[in-house]
Each structure stands twice: as structure tokens, then as C-alpha cells.
Design a protein. Structure first.
Length: 584
């Protein structure tokens, strides 16, 4: 046995480690208690800085200690000269850098570094940018470092051009860099913004035949000018063909194809003598709108409300005028709706002999569902579509390529590519079944958009989308004027509160779905007929929203579980006294 190295057993090693941990924990707790005692006594001295440094060096995520250090440093600023504070803060930066080596994604460390840099009498911004470069070279997705870099850039006055070049370098070295692509998407609109639209060539307003037209100029905020956009397509295409399965590039591609946020405007004003009601549609949901209604030159005291209590943030708001204001069909009236906080207004005329009138932007004129493409951009997007189609031939199971082809088709011609789009959605559901519901909802959204466009082109007030596998409803604010809607043979499970936006609805057909909830059938003043055959309505209480529809006269509930309820006819007669035709 002589000459052999004595090896400790596993049990002995574990026991020694346990004792070492207990020893370190005891020291840690002792220092922590000393720090808390000093803080409770209001001691803001350099000894406290040393104690907190001792703990933070091993555990930089102790947020309370960073807070205490800031309190101490603020106090020392009142006692020391600027040169002394400069040295103290520079030492603090060195200490934070050591903490970042322990945990490069420490919330507390990065936040404290931002605070120190903002307090430093003479900051060294190039050094801070260099630190960010080093950290991002180690982990290009360290979002703490990205946030800090944006702070440094803002405070040091680094130009947008320089930062865009910085993203060029990172993307060039690694296409799979979500953060760089995202940062690029925030810089491009600043450096290459799309000019404001020319009011003379802007969208025209679609009106009721008896209503004079009104122009509503729009500008395109947060959009990139076309010349730069075309260059970005080329950059993205190189990345995509290098690695077709990299998600980050496809996400950026989708951003390039996306729509900018619409300007605030009143997209429609609808006036009805029946009920003496005024309905206003905004380009985006609004809360507690500050509207003023002027009737024949006189401001009116009216109470604006959302179309449904569950929609406090709604694009559709309405009010009732004082009785007798517009009820006489022999009188002509002029209304103006003022959106006070946005300094926007829209006029609407109600002529003699007309029971209703409206002034609105059509869906096609507003470019709600696609961009208005120039000849150059159309040719480039067509080329992009051809490239993606070629890539799909090489990668037929690539879900990112399939989805991008759908988006390109919609940007170019949503109606012309409708059949191809539906086929690609079916393939997507097969190759990516985990996102089946997402694809179903997105396909439903596009089908509804196409149907609205067709309805606009035909200038009708009937919306029909039966047997289309709809799983959700959207864009209902665009259907304010619809009088008849057909949603039969789809996959709908509810009629959502947003359906209450259809204030002109008279007939609803929703047979052969799986509808359990009727919340959207709320205070629809003109609703007369509802057909809900072969759905999943199981209780009388599920039909209670219909009680708010005063003109409902026909209801078809055949094939619903509720029809098996005892005394259903008596209960429905009590709940819906206006019914004259009930089918069970």
C-alpha cells in the first residue's frame, strides 16, 4: 500500500463540500444581516458600499443591495467633489463589469449600470459601446445588453446610420440574430421614412348616394420608403436561401410585408331616423371618446356609448338624439361629428325622403387589407413570390416559406390568389399541426377580408360566407351597414360581442355551426330573423341576449339541445314576447 495516493471516498468529498457551503452561507448571512442593520439605521457610508460589494460579487441578482448602493451614492454626491465622484462612479462601473462576468443577464447589474452612466459627471460613452460590443459578441441575444446599448446610443448621440451599420455587421456574421433584425426594424423607419401621402392623391370617401363626398388625408407612420424597402427584400432573400429554416429572417420578412398603423380618423358616420340614432366608426378601437355632435349648426347633448358593455375599447360608438330631432321624413338635416381630442371631424347629410344616410370610407379605398403598390414594388414582390415558390419546390415542408407565400399573394392580389392561398393553408395545417388553430384563425381572417372586398366591389349590404371553415370572426366594424349575414356551415363556437357592431343587421343565418354563446346579439335594433339550426345552445339563459333585440320576430332553434327542455315554449314566450314565428 506504500506509495499510493490516498483517494477520499465520495461520502467524504460530499461531507467536505457540505461543510464548505455551510461556512460560506454563515458568512453570507452575517454580512447580509449587517447590511440590513446599517440600512435600517440610515447609515449611508463607504463601509456599506464595501459590504454590499462583498455579497453582490457572488450574487449580482440581489436587487435590494443595488437599491441600497444607489442610496449611498446619492448621499455621497452631497459630500464629495465632482472629481471624487467621477472616480467613485468609474470604480462602480468596473465592479458592475465584474458582476456581469458572473451573470451576463443580471437584471440588477444592467439596470444599475444604466443608472451609474446617467449620473457620471464625465461619461466615457465609447467605452460603454465597446462593452456592449463585447457582450453581444458572446451572446447576440442578450436583451439586457441590447436595452443598455439603446440607452447609451440615445445619451451619447450615436447616429442612426452608425447603428444601422452595426446591425449590418451582426447580421452579416450571423443571420440567425433575432435582436439584430428587430433593432433594424426600429431604425429603418427613422432613417428612411416614407413621405406623407399627398392629400390630392389620397383615398376618396365612399358615401351614400345622397351624401356629398368628403376627403380624409392620411399619412403612413412608421413605414419605410419604397426604395429602401426593395433593398431589404434583397438582403432577406440572401439570408433565406442561405438557411431556409432560420426563423429570425422569416419574421423580419413578415415585418417588411406588414401594414403600418392607420391614422386616427372617423371612417364612417351612420344616421337613422328610426330610433333617431347616430353611429360612428373609428379607424381603430377607442375608449371614452370625446365626441361632439352638431345637428343643423346646433351642438347636441348626447351620451355616447359602446355597442356592447364588454367592449369598453371599441371602434364603434353610438348615441340617441333627443326625441323628434330627425324623425320627420319631410325635413333635411346636416350632422357633423367632431372628435375633439384628435381635431378630426366628418359631415353627414340626411335628405328629405331618406330614412337613413351614411358617409364612409370603403374598405378598398382605405387600403385596410393590402398596400397600394407602385409598378416597381409590384414587380419586386412578384419576383419575391417566384423566388419563394422556387424555394418551396426544394423545401416543400417549409412552413415559413408557405406562410410567406400566402402573405406575398395577399400583398399582390388577395382575390386573384384566393384559391392558391386556401390550398397553402391546408398544407400548413398538415406540416405544422401544432399550430392548426392559428392557421385556421388566420385563414378565417383572410377569407373575411376577401368577402368584404367583394361586397364593396358589388356595392351590396349582404355578407355571405357559408361553408368556409370559419373558426373566428373579425373586421366586424367594417360590416356596420350589413343588413343580411350568412355564416352557415362553419366552425364557429360563439357569436362574439363584436357582432353588436352590425347595427343595421336584419337577418342572421348561422345554421350548422357549434355555437354555444350569443353575446354578440345585443341591442340590435333592426334584427328581425335569427336562424340557429344545428348548433350547441343548451340552456334558455343562453338566449337571453336576444331579449335586447326589440324587433325580433322569427327564431329557428331546431337541432339544438335546448329544444329538449321542458316548457321551452312558455319560457321563450316570456323571454322573447315579440316572437311570432318560433321553430323548435
Amino acid at each position: 500500500m506504500h506509495g499510493r495516493v490516498k483517494v477520499k471516498t465520495t461520502a467524504q468529498q460530499e461531507e467536505e463540500k457540505r461543510k464548505e457551503r455551510e461556512k460560506k452561507l454563515k458568512v453570507y448571512l452575517t454580512v447580509r444581516d449587517a447590511i440590513f442593520k446599517k440600512r435600517s439605521n440610515g447609515e449611508l457610508d463607504e463601509e456599506a458600499l464595501q459590504l454590499t460589494q462583498q455579497l453582490l460579487a457572488s450574487n449580482p441578482d440581489f436587487a435590494t443591495l443595488w437599491n441600497y448602493r444607489r442610496e449611498i451614492l446619492l448621499h455621497l454626491e452631497t459630500e464629495k467633489e465632482q472629481e471624487e465622484m467621477q472616480k467613485l462612479y468609474e470604480a462602480e462601473l468596473l465592479f458592475i463589469e465584474a458582476c456581469l462576468k458572473v451573470n451576463p443577464k443580471s437584471y440588477g447589474s444592467w439596470h444599475h449600470r444604466g443608472w451609474v452612466s446617467s449620473r457620471l459627471p464625465t461619461p466615457n460613452w465609447p467605452r460603454e459601446l465597446s462593452l456592449c460590443d463585447r457582450c453581444l459578441s458572446l451572446d447576440d441575444r442578450n436583451f439586457h445588453c441590447w436595452d443598455y446599448r439603446r440607452l447609451v446610443v440615445k445619451m451619447s448621440g450615436v447616429s442612426v446610420e452608425q447603428e444601422l451599420q452595426f446591425t449590418d455587421r451582426l447580421i452579416g456574421s450571423n443571420f440567425s440574430n433575432y435582436s439584430s433584425w428587430h433593432y433594424r426594424s426600429t431604425l429603418l423607419p427613422l432613417l428612411h421614412p416614407q413621405p406623407a401621402a399627398d392629400p390630392a392623391s389620397d383615398c376618396q370617401t365612399r358615401t351614400h348616394p345622397h351624401t356629398p363626398p368628403t376627403a380624409s388625408p392620411q399619412t403612413h407612420r412608421h413605414r419605410v420608403c419604397e426604395e429602401q424597402l426593395l433593398k431589404e427584400y434583397e438582403l432577406v432573400q440572401n439570408a433565406i436561401f442561405t438557411d431556409p429554416n432560420d426563423q429570425s429572417t422569416w419574421f423580419y420578412y413578415r415585418w417588411l410585408l406588414g401594414r403600418a398603423e392607420h391614422e386616427d380618423l372617423i371612417s364612417c358616420v351612420y344616421v337613422s331616423r328610426e330610433g333617431e340614432r347616430v353611429t360612428v366608426v373609428f379607424s381603430k378601437p377607442a375608449t371614452v371618446v370625446s365626441l361632439m355632435l352638431v345637428l343643423d349648426g346646433q351642438p347636441q347633448r348626447v351620451e355616447w356609448r359602446s355597442v356592447h358593455p364588454l367592449l369598453p375599447h371599441s371602434p364603434v360608438w353610438l348615441c340617441e338624439l333627443p326625441p323628434g330631432s330627425i324623425s320627420d321624413i319631410n325635413n333635411e338635416h346636416n350632422l357633423t361629428v367632431h372628435w375633439m381630442e384628435k381635431h378630426i371631424q366628418r359631415d353627414c347629410a340626411l335628405y328629405t325622403g331618406c330614412m337613413e344616410s351614411w358617409c364612409r370610407d370603403s374598405a378598398t379605398d382605405q387600403e385596410l387589407f393590402r398596400s397600394d403598390l407602385s409598378v416597381e414594388k409590384t414587380s419586386v414582390l412578384q419576383s419575391e413570390l417566384e423566388s419563394c415558390t422556387q424555394l418551396l419546390e426544394l423545401e416543400p415542408q417549409n412552413k415559413w416559406c408557405l406562410l410567406t407565400i400566402i402573405l406575398l399573394m395577399r400583398a399582390l392580389d388577395p382575390l386573384g390568389h384566393e384559391k392558391e392561398t386556401l390550398a397553402h393553408f391546408q398544407t400548413l395545417k398538415e406540416v405544422d399541426p401544432m399550430r392548426f388553430s392559428y392557421y385556421s384563425d388566420l385563414c378565417s381572417k383572410f377569407m373575411i377580408e376577401n368577402t368584404i372586398l367583394k361586397m364593396e366591389y358589388a356595392e351590396v349590404r349582404v355578407f355571405s360566407l357559408s361553408n368556409a371553415n370559419l373558426s373566428t370572426m373579425c373586421h366586424l366594424d367594417q360590416l356596420l351597414l350589413v343588413t343580411h349575414i350568412n355564416l352557415c356551415s362553419n366552425q364557429l363556437t360563439k357569436l362574439p360581442p363584436h357582432l353588436a357592431m352590425l347595427q343595421c343587421l336584419e337577418v342572421l343565418e348561422a345554421d350548422d355551426n357549434a355555437i354555444e354563446n350569443l353575446d354578440g346579439l345585443y341591442h340590435l335594433a333592426k334584427l328581425e330573423e335569427v336562424s340557429l339550426r344545428n348548433n350547441q345552445i343548451s340552456q334558455i339563459s343562453d338566449l337571453s341576449p336576444l331579449a335586447t333585440c326589440p324587433t325580433l320576430s322569427r327564431l329557428d332553434l331546431r337541432g339544438n339541445p335546448v329544444t329538449k327542455s321542458a316548457n321551452i315554449q312558455a319560457e321563450l314566450a316570456e323571454l322573447l314576447p315579440s316572437l311570432t314565428d318560433l321553430l323548435l
